[in-house]
Structures are given as C-alpha cells and as structure tokens.
Design a protein around this ligand. Structure first.
Ligand code: NAP
Ligand code: GCO
Length: 266
C-alpha cells in the first residue's frame, strides 16, 4: 500500500476562511501542496490583492473572494460561487478570527460580541452553508482553528477564550451530529504562532530586549520557540485527508508542548 496516497487531496476543493495571510495562508498552502484546489476569503480588497499575488508567487492558483464570515447571506453566496468556480466544497477550514486584548471589566459588550461573532458564530454560519452538500455527497471535512484558549484562560482575553472554548464544543457537536454522513469535524489548536495577530506580544522593547510576554512564552514552551504558520501545515493536511477518516471531534494541539509543561523554573 502507498500510505502517502491517504494524505492526497487531489480532486478536492478546500475553502479556507481568512486566508489572506497568517495561519490561514499557510494552511491553504499546505492543502494546495497535497493537491487541493484553494478558495479563500477575507474582508479587505487590499488584503485580497496582496494575497492573490502571494499565492501566485507560491505557484498556487487560489481563488480569492471578499466575504465577511459573520454575514450569513454573504457566506451562502460565497459557497455557491465557489461551487460554480471550483466545484463543491469538500474541505472547510474555519480559520478567520480576531482577538481583542482588553481587561474584562473594561470590555464593552459590543467588543465581546464582535469577537464571539467572528471567532465562533461565523464557524456555525460557514459550516451550516457547506454541510448540506457534504451530507448529500456523504463526505466532508471541517477543520476549526481553535486555540490554547480553548483550554486555558489568561488576563485580557475573556471574549476570545469564551469563543475558542465554544468552538471546541461546536467542533465536537458537528462531529456528533453529522459523523453518520461520513463527515469528520476536528479542530487544530495552535500554540503561540508568529503572525500579525500576535505581533504586539513579540514587539522588541525600547532597549532592544524581548517583550516580557515573548520571554514568558519561550519559558512556557518546551520547544523554546514561537510556532511558525508552516508548523500547522502537516496537521491540516492530515485532518483534511482520508488518513483521518476515523478521527472525529478531536482537537489536535500544535503548541510545541505548552499544554504539557508547567514552565521553565525561573
Ligand atoms: P491574523 O494574522 O490576524 O489573520 C486573520 C485573518 O482573518 C485575516 O486574513 C483577516 O483578513 C481574516 N478575517 C478576520 N475577520 C474576518 C471576517 N469577519 N470575515 C472574513 N475574514 C476575516 O490571525 P492569525 O494569527 O493568522 O490567526 C488565524 C486563526 O488562528 C484565528 O482564528 C486565530 O484565533 C487562530 N489562532 C491564532 C494563533 C496565533 O498565535 N497566531 C494561535 C491559535 C489560534 P481581513 O482582516 O482582511 O478580513
Ligand atoms: C494571546 C494570544 C493567543 C494566541 C493563541 C494561542 O493574546 O494570548 O493572541 O490567544 O492568539 O490563541 O493559542
């Protein structure tokens, strides 16, 4: 048996939300490397144009669309358009997400709702848009990009942790409700990854020293480094391919060991 064939995505169409850059871009690159046709979306025309050039530079013929994943009508139209352009969505990666780092007692309900809307409700909306077709074809893969904050809390990220904790349970519920249609829904839980989203946590100090949070993460990570978006590619290909057909409702943490480690003694 050629076991690598189980990881092939040839003939499959993948939608990766929020894949203009960062983790989504790397995951889309990995899925393309395994043979998938790539569709991605974001809200900003500028980000879209830059992303199209970046995908082209990588030799990836990605199709990009402007779509706000919190808007159900936009998402339904996005999925219909992708089906016309590339074919039915076989693989959905719910990656689009934001974070607002505000002490809870200072956070407005509006800010809280915006984070939950993008990081959790949007995954419900987009999954609901692709599930009927997957049910009809009795085949589909949904991968939700969870977080360390699906398991742990910390100061200033109440909305994000609530959303990512909810996303872990949405993942398990989709797995439970639709597993009988040969649909697998799993999560990837990245550790601390070097992207624009975490750039404020890695900014050099005025004296050129590391940001205190940067040093904190290094001390908490057995790998003694931040993750790179490319570190997530293998897990994404695995969870998008037939190699994971009997994996369902699982959150695969790609965190350099943070969740297993009490942290380096000062
Ligand atoms: P990022 O660099 O901030 O990229 C976020 C992407 O999502 C951008 O392409 C953004 O494009 C898009 N986006 C945001 N809101 C959207 C909306 N309403 N509709 C459509 N697209 C939207 O973030 P990242 O670090 O790559 O993180 C990607 C995912 O991984 C997020 O879900 C994040 O929570 C999760 N995660 C990140 C880390 C980390 O350490 N970086 C760790 C664990 C989990 P536009 O602004 O143009 O829409
Ligand atoms: C933060 C970070 C984290 C990461 C990621 C960790 O402020 O703590 O942004 O939330 O984004 O989710 O897995």
């Amino acid at each position: 048996m050629d076991i690598l064939k189980k990881f092939s995505l040839e003939g499959k169409t993948a939608l990766v939300t929020g894949a203009a850059y960062g983790i989504g871009f790397a995951i889309a690159e990995g899925l393309a490397g395994a043979g998938a046709k790539i569709a991605f979306n974001c809200r900003s025309e500028e980000h879209l144009n830059k992303a199209m050039a970046a995908y082209e530079e990588k030799g990836i013929d990605a199709k990009g669309y402007i779509c706000d994943v919190t808007q159900e009508e936009e998402v339904i139209n996005l999925v219909r358009t992708i089906e016309k352009d590339l074919g039915p969505v076989d693989i959905l990666v719910n990656n689009a997400g934001i974070i607002k780092r505000i002490p809870m007692v200072e956070m407005s309900a509006e800010d809280f709702r915006q984070v939950v809307d993008i990081d959790l409700t949007a995954a419900f909306i987009t999954s609901k848009a692709v599930l009927p077709g997957m049910m009809e074809r009795r085949s589909g893969k949904i991968i939700n990009i969870c977080s360390m904050m699906s398991e742990l809390g910390r100061e200033t990220v109440s909305a994000y942790a609530a959303a990512k904790g909810g996303l872990k349970m949405l993942t398990r519920n989709i797995a439970s409700e639709y597993g009988s249609y040969n649909i697998q829904c799993n999560g990837i839980g990245p550790g601390y990854i070097a992207t624009p989203q975490t750039a404020p946590l890695r900014e050099k100090q005025a004296d050129g020293s590391r940001h205190p949070f940067d040093s904190f993460i290094i001390a908490k990570t057995p790998a003694e480094r931040w993750g790179e978006p490319e570190d997530l590619m293998g897990a994404a290909v695995f969870l998008a391919s037939e190699a994971s057909d009997f994996v369902n409702g699982h959150i695969l943490y790609i965190d350099g060991g943070i969740l297993a480690y009490i942290g380096k003694q000062p």
